[in-house]
Ligand binder design. Structure first.
Ligand code: G3H
Ligand code: 13P
Ligand code: ZN
Length: 316
């Protein structure tokens, strides 16, 4: 069942965070749904602009509709990840997405508010939730590249002003994470004081953490042992997920970790069986491994076991 991100946040706020997982293909989609049902967790499917172009945006839609039928107990939001204004409108008009992210964080403060407000007005008229971003994470997104020294942490007073004027339903804030597999060169410093300060100014408002993959060292070691070359890859400490959730972070974005699971499974499979070329046996292993990974993340986020509570609340 597709619901809005806002409906999920109302249930989760201050207790747990929804896992927001990106999908690009059928195997990821199957693994994601299976993992969320195995762990009895509501979740958010994220579709990036890159994903929409990879095969075809209609292919993603078709896969998600099919997964909804294959797994009728699933409760999830369909969310555009890091959209520009035009892509947001395309998703809003499609009638399929229940949530969009307008990422105008690279624009001036005033233009970010103006773009978010335009999108929020159009999205809300159709009952669709809107995520915005203030501050800049390090790393690479499809349309923006921000180096670590250019990345700006979110200013709490600006965030409160932004939330009041832009009409967004949730806000992604930069607290020291970054996209990709190389998040920290030294020790990690997540700035939870920013989350706390925003909550004091705007109590009850759902916040979002991007760049939250944990880059499991075991995955990195296995990838490297099977021919990979990921030196110095490092991610967010998973023990930080729940404390963030208790402070009002309702959505935690995890994409890179899924790519690492894919890479480990495929590298090991073809290293150990160089005579094989049927992609289905390895695809099956990936779906199972990805489902296990997703279930493990939902446990850490606190969303595991919440599915029936959410279903009951949605019926009221
Ligand atoms: O924030 C970026 C997400 O991990 C999506 O990545 O733009 O390569 O699909 P992508
Ligand atoms: P990771 O690169 O840490 O998985 O972050 C994903 C993300 O923020 C998607 O918007
Ligand atoms: Zn992101």
């Amino acid at each position: 069942m597709i619901v809005t991100a806002k409906e999920l946040f109302e249930q989760a706020y201050g207790k747990y965070a929804l896992g927001a997982y990106n999908i690009n293909n059928a195997e990821q989609t199957m693994g994601l749904f299976q993992g969320c049902l195995d762990s009895k967790a509501p979740f958010i499917i994220q579709i990036s602009s890159g994903a929409r172009k990879y095969t075809n945006k209609l292919m993603l839609e078709g896969m998600i509709r099919a997964a909804d039928q294959i797994f009728p107990d699933a409760i999830f939001a369909v969310h555009l990840d890091h959209g520009d204004e035009q892509t947001c409108y395309d998703c809003i008009d499609s009638g399929f997405y229940s949530s969009v992210m307008i990422d105008a964080s690279h624009e001036s403060f005033e233009e970010n508010i103006a773009a978010t407000k335009r999108v929020a007005d159009r999205a809300h008229a159709k009952g669709i939730s809107v995520e915005a971003e203030l501050g800049q994470l390090g790393g690479v997104e499809e349309h923006v590249s921000v180096s670590e020294d250019q990345a700006h942490l979110t200013d709490p007073a600006q965030a409160a002003d932004f939330i009041k004027r832009s009409g967004c339903d949730s806000l992604a804030c930069a607290i020291g994470t970054s996209h990709g597999a190389f998040k920290f060169s030294g020790s990690q410093g997540l700035h939870f004081e920013i989350v706390k300060a925003i909550q004091e100014l705007v109590p009850g408002f759902p916040l979002v953490l991007h760049g939250s993959s944990s880059v499991p060292q075991e995955e990195v070691e296995r990838i490297n042992a099977a021919g990979g070359a990921l030196k110095g890859a490092k991610g967010v400490d998973v023990t930080q997920y729940l404390p963030a959730a208790l402070l009002g972070v309702c959505k935690i974005n995890i994409d890179t970790d899924g790519r690492l699971v894919w890479t480990r499974v495929h590298r090991e499979f073809f290293r150990d069986q160089p005579d094989k070329f049927d992609f289905r046996p390895v695809g099956k292993i990936f779906m199972e491994e990805y489902a296990k990974f997703i279930a493990s993340r939902n446990v850490l986020l606190g969303s595991a076991g919440q599915l029936e509570t959410v279903r009951a609340a949605l019926k009221k």
